[in-house]
Design a protein around this ligand. Structure first.
Ligand code: DHB
Ligand code: FE
Length: 280
């Protein structure tokens, strides 16, 4: 059966793509952010994943306000990245892992998560940039299965529901008849608000407690409703449900913290990274 080697959770911000394109990694504004990633890449090199299950929110590239699946899973042989209006370069295509896509879909629907299946999908900054931070040469050594959670338009699934989705993703991966090593990647958050009177809102105290909770008290943030998370973390801070779903995929066993960083701000966003692996 397939093995989950660990989870990487990270913020995604389009401006990272501009910084990569311009080679600004050593620039004073960007250095503290990019410096968070060499330890992550060292862990990835040792963990040797074959497949990435990427849990993220689409930002209007696949699904717009007229058609908004709560949960969607890609089942494509290939995923392209395409211009979403930020003016950041697109990236080489990503190979899909069709067998795992359909196994995940079967397993999740069996588990009463009635996901939308997408045999065509394109990737926005929420997948391409975290992937480029893990593999800067952009020669992807892994296949990808995307899992999208709506955090763009209300009503959004609750944090508790996203945690349960992540648990179901974990069960599905562990029951996949394959010897593949699977990395769960969750992208979004942490606190940020892009528009309105609170644009620029960041809640460092909440974010640090949230990162801390990921190791030993992973359901901590599931006590909050979506309106409470908006109040605590900003309108786009709700993207932190991707971290919850990714963490939940590790299951109930003990978890070891490999690496965390927290840097504010990148653009309007509190940029966090956490790498967790099953203990023992
Ligand atoms: C920003 C953050 C996001 O999560 C996003 O999807 C777009 C922009 C930002 O801070 O600029
Ligand atoms: Fe986002």
């Amino acid at each position: 059966m397939a093995k989950i080697v660990g989870t990487i959770t990270t913020s995604h911000v389009p401006a990272i793509g501009g910084a990569i394109a311009k080679g600004l990694q050593a620039d004073p504004y960007w250095k503290p952010f990019f410096d968070g990633f060499p330890p992550v890449r060292r862990w990835v090199a040792a963990a040797k994943p074959d497949v990435v299950v990427a849990i993220y929110n689409d930002h209007g590239l696949n699904f717009f306000l007229d058609k908004m699946p709560t949960f969607a899973i890609g089942a494509a042989a290939e995923y392209r990245s395409t211009d979403e209006g930020w003016g950041i370069p697109t990236m080489p295509p990503f190979a899909g892992e069709l067998d795992l896509s359909w196994h995940l879909i079967d397993s999740l629907v069996g588990d009463e998560f009635d996901v939308t299946t997408c045999q065509e999908m394109v990737f926005d900054h929420a997948v391409t940039l975290p992937m480029a931070l893990l593999w800067p040469e952009q020669k992807w050594p892994v296949k990808v299965v995307p899992v999208c959670i709506n955090t763009v338009q209300h009503p959004m699934p609750s944090a508790a529901r996203c945690y349960k989705l992540g648990e179901a993703v974990g069960r599905a991966v562990r029951s996949w008849d394959s010897d593949a090593r699977v990395l769960i990647l969750g992208t979004g958050g942490l606190s940020h608000q892009l528009d309105g009177q609170r644009a620029g809102f960041i809640n460092k105290e909440f974010d640090l407690q949230f990162i801390h909770s990921m190791v030993g008290d992973p359901k901590w943030a599931t006590r909050y409703s979506i309106p409470e998370l908006v109040r605590l973390t900003g309108t786009q801070g709700v993207e932190l449900v991707m971290w919850l779903a990714a963490r939940a995929a590790l299951g109930d066993g003990a978890v070891r913290k490999v690496h965390t960083t927290y840097h504010i701000p990148i653009s309007n966003t509190a940029a966090g990274i956490a790498v967790l692996e099953p203990a023992g």
